[in-house]
Design a binder for this molecule. Structure first.
Ligand code: PEP
Ligand code: MG
Length: 323
């Protein structure tokens, strides 16, 4: 099979009926970078910057962050890289930072919340990203945005850092796209306002599922209780894809869902034409895409989601379609 995937490497990633799909990789460490070339991926759809912080024994200095980001951009060459700003706090605690005990860390002081309340860390990171991307394209994405105002505040930080670097004579990125993850259900009801502001969004289906279904993603007792491929989440995902299309903004998905061939199939059926997967999933998902009649599965999915409750699970229908 490995051989078979290698053969796919240089084939354009297109469905059988000719629809291009941007298939990217999730990454977070230098060891992930060779996979871009090996897999022939379209770029990095999610670079988890917190990993550098999690494997360090002390807070990485801005210069160390800058050096990592430059290495990542060098490895990606002309392909896009979406850097997600620090998604720490809650259960992703850093050993060298004061631990704050919270009763519900997933709902607590994490990610962009922490970034906006203690702006020193986020500001330093943004500066490192802007400098690493001097003369090139940069994509910055914020995690766990819950209300539009948080995006505005975070984007203002980017603009301030840009002004600072400009005044100090630094070469600026040639182009900057700023976007957000969609991981909190509240954002689903602010999409018109959100799409007016962002350059792109990427759905974090792991967290979105956790919050939509009120199921702790790390609690084995409940994680399998609800199907990740059922109408509530699929309708939510479709809503994002539709709104993005209406607004002419790019919509991708970087949660685990895209890394499962059946999940990727569902995403194509919902209108997604961009997704980011784990390195090991790239081959299998690409193989599926190349064999897929996108128009047909889109029509099927519309019927499944728009007709009354049917006892046959959508997962089963997708499996039957893929067979
Ligand atoms: C997600 O929530 O789907 C996601 C991609 O982010 P993480 O898994 O890092 O929380
Ligand atoms: Mg997440």
């Amino acid at each position: 099979r490995q051989e078979q995937y290698r053969e796919l490497r240089d084939k354009p990633c297109r469905t059988k009926d000719g629809q291009p799909v941007e298939l990217m990789l999730n990454a977070g460490l230098v060891i992930d970078l060779p996979h871009i070339e090996d897999a022939g991926a379209a770029g990095i759809g999610l670079f988890r910057t917190e990993l550098q912080f999690m494997v360090s024994t002390s807070l990485p200095r801005t210069s160390e962050q800058l050096s990592l980001y430059r290495t990542v951009l060098d490895a990606a060459g002309d392909k896009p890289v979406t850097f997600r700003t620090l998604d720490i706090g809650g259960d992703k605690a850093l050993p060298y930072m004061d631990t704050i005990v919270e009763e519900n860390p997933a709902l607590g002081w994490r990610a962009i919340r922490l970034g906006l309340d203690r702006p020193g860390l986020l500001r330093g990171q943004i500066r490192a990203l802007l400098r690493a991307a001097a003369g090139r394209a940069l994509r910055i994405m914020f995690p766990m945005v819950t209300v539009v105002r948080e995006f505005d505040e975070a984007k203002t930080m980017v603009e301030r850092e840009l002004t600072y670097l400009r005044q100090h004579g630094h070469t600026l990125p040639e182009r900057i796209d700023v976007g957000t993850m969609i991981e909190v259900p509240a954002l689903l009801y602010q999409l018109d306002d959100l799409f007016e502001r962002v350059d792109f969004v990427s759905v974090g289906s792991n967290d979105l599922f956790q919050f939509l279904y009120a199921v702790d993603r790390g609690n084995a007792r409940v994680t399998d209780r609800f199907d990740t491929m059922s109408a509530p989440i699929l309708r939510a995902l479709r809503h994002v894809a539709r709104k993005g299309k209406e607004a002419g903004k790019s919509v991708s998905l970087c949660g685990e869902m895209a890394s499962q061939p059946l999940g990727a199939l569902a995403l194509i059926a919902l209108g997604y034409r961009s997704m980011s997967v784990n390195a090991t999933a790239h081959g299998p998902v690409k193989a599926l895409i190349l064999e897929l009649d996108a128009a047909r599965i889109e029509a099927e999915m519309a019927t499944w989601l728009d007709t009354p409750y049917d006892r046959v699970p959508i997962r089963e229908k997708l499996t039957a379609f893929a067979a």
